[in-house]
Design a protein around this ligand. Sequence first.
Ligand code: SF4
Length: 420
Amino acid sequence: MSDPFFRIHTLGCKVNQYESQEIRERLLEAGMREAAPGRKADLYIVNTCTVTRKADKDSLYAIRRSHREDPGASIVATGCMAEFGAGILRKEPGVRMVIKNRDKAKISARIIKDFLPSGKGISFFEGRTRAFLKVQDGCNNFCSYCIVPHVRGSSRSKPVLQILEESRRLIANGYREIVLTGICLGAYGRDLKRGMSLAGVIERMQELPGLKRIRISSIEAKDVDDGLIRCLRWPGKLCRHMHIPIQSGDDDILAAMDRRYTRRDYLDLIARLKKACPDIAITTDVLVGFPGEEERNFLNTLDLVRRIEPLRTHIFPYSPRPNTKAYALRKAVALDIVRDRLKRMSEAADDCARNYQQKRLSSVMDVLMETPSKDHPGEWEGYTDTYMKVVFRSRKRLSNNIISLRLKKLIGNKIMAVLP
Ligand code: SF4
């Protein structure tokens, strides 16, 4: 096969996106070409996700769509569904190879024999102004509902020198914001001899010339320590934004989820964060309909969300995953009740987002412009460090520029801004 074309379909989290990018770069370096939209590919790589039943379905759909697009192409399936679902994936027409997560780093080498050593990292992100940098993989927490530790293994951290080298490469390629990603970022460093904490890594990254912003993709409440809170001092490079999953605001449910913090712990943490950094934006995840969740438990979660006032709340219905502890729990919540709670939670989340943003209107903030608006020609979209989506009208090409703008008006989930 001379200069074969490949296409990658990625499902799931930012870690998967990072790993797909790693595969992409190795294949490009080896002389393969990425198929442009509409062009047929010789090889499809489907990087699957298994975090919910829907994620399994979507992964299978991506494989079937790839086969439909080009029945003669080979499909390589990898990612989290490849751990427990390898048998199912192998039966799909077109699938030639299933590569488990633990062998993912070698996927390109397996496709192109004897090619580059694994773990070289990445240097660009197709069509993005923010670069994700995976610094950690795996999780030791075993929350009772979660399949991730079973499919990703225990926590492993990338050495700080490698992180700095990869950051320098991304900065040299024009990236101004690096988003640190991991499956359980807060566990960073615990597995390394004389390892640094996440705060230590951020302090080292702050010294890198050319880098304007560092963002943490997601961190568990119990892992936000004083060092990290100190890094939020403003003006600094660490974005005033933390994604801290709540999952539930009820102590009984949190205990059944094996989350290892209480509602009070979470509230205290947010109070400390807001004291240290008054403008901080909190975004979060909430799980609705965990087995045994009664109305009073749900009301506690609703109340906690309203008190925290997140800028964004990702709401997930509970999805039973075989091989997890919660799978054996009875007391499933009836579907119509789950639907009703999802709706009420989503209304609360919208109110919170609106409140947070409205309080910031008329202030002047730096916005990293990303892409032209898809719906409104002549408008550009970007983000503040506090992760508010901002729209600005301009005829110039603004991608990757940081501009100071006055936040003017909230329209839907975006803020219209003007020059100050
Ligand atoms: S912290 Fe809990 S929810 Fe997050 S990946 Fe680990 S086990 Fe899953």
